[in-house]
Design a protein. Structure first.
Length: 276
């Protein structure tokens, strides 16, 4: 500490999704680098031990257990590294999974803290009464609505995946996607978002439920001249995409999830949409 100031570092490791051992090694390396640079408080991103986009893998015990074991190893390593560390990971407690931050220093785990809003949503905590008025103003609702918990999901939020748009470069055929209003450039030209068409008889699909999956079949030719290029399942929290290629079977499987829409692209007739 110099003149009342504490040097703080915000560190972003190069992670691999669901590769806990690799991510832990990257975090350990950066813990030492930041400490050697004089930082006393060192903060890593949320879910950095696993990656943020693990999707359904978060429901697998192996991933959550591996993250916990890697955290324990990092806590032990902190005996030899000066600093107060914050590391994000999924944390299971009493049958519920939390997006949490672990706080540790000098070989000791000081605490596990779930995201604040997560605590409100699960009933494990409530906003301070002095913040209710400000929250109501920010969300554009009444204080009564905040206290009753009767909040409707904001589908217009910029990060909502239901606002995903799809793009196909007319020159090279590359497929891209983006959320909200964005500019997509490919082959030196701006690419316009695909317009959604209503399925005709040639583009009707069959959706079956097999075990825990949706099994999707296309009665569509798959030649080099005329084929289905991609299929995407979109919900508010995720986009699952499968590329298809000429001379490949026109079938796709997605994990069974409801409340979303299925999008599929024909290289000749464009983009189609189906609610599931």
């Amino acid at each position: 500490m110099n003149y009342g100031f504490v040097k703080t570092a915000v560190v972003t490791p190069k992670i691999k999704v669901a590769h806990v051992a690799h991510n832990g090694a990257e975090i350990e390396k950066l813990m030492k680098e930041a400490s050697n640079a004089g930082a006393k408080i060192i903060v890593f991103p949320e879910l950095c031990l696993t990656g943020y986009t693990c999707g359904d893998l978060f429901s697998q015990d192996l991933l959550v257990t591996s993250a916990k074991e890697e955290l324990i190893r990092l806590v032990q390593e902190s005996q030899n590294v000066s600093g107060l560390f914050f590391v994000g990971l999924p944390w299971e407690h009493r049958g519920k999974l939390y997006n949490a931050a672990a706080v540790f220093e000098g070989g000791q785990l000081l605490g596990i803290v779930p995201k604040t809003v997560s605590k409100w949503e699960t009933g494990h905590g409530f906003p301070d009464v002095s913040t209710v008025s400000a929250l109501a103003d920010i969300l554009g609702v009444s204080e009564k609505t905040i206290l009753s918990g009767d909040l409707k999901q904001n589908l217009e939020e910029a990060g909502n995946m239901k606002r995903t748009k799809f793009y196909v470069c007319p020159d090279c055929g590359s497929f891209m996607q983006g959320v909200g209003n964005c500019s997509v450039i490919c082959c030196g030209k701006q690419v316009e978002a695909l317009k959604i068409n209503k399925p005709d008889d040639e583009h009707i699909i069959k959706v079956s439920e097999i075990e825990d999956d949706f099994y999707i079949e296309f009665n569509h030719e798959m030649t080099k001249e005329h084929y289905i290029g991609f299929v995407a399942y979109v919900r508010f929290d995720r986009v699952l995409t499968v590329r298809l290629y000429p001379e490949q079977d026109a079938t796709v499987r997605f994990p069974k999830m409801y409340g979303g829409k299925l999008y599929y692209y024909c290289n000749t007739h464009g983009l189609f949409e189906l609610k599931i």
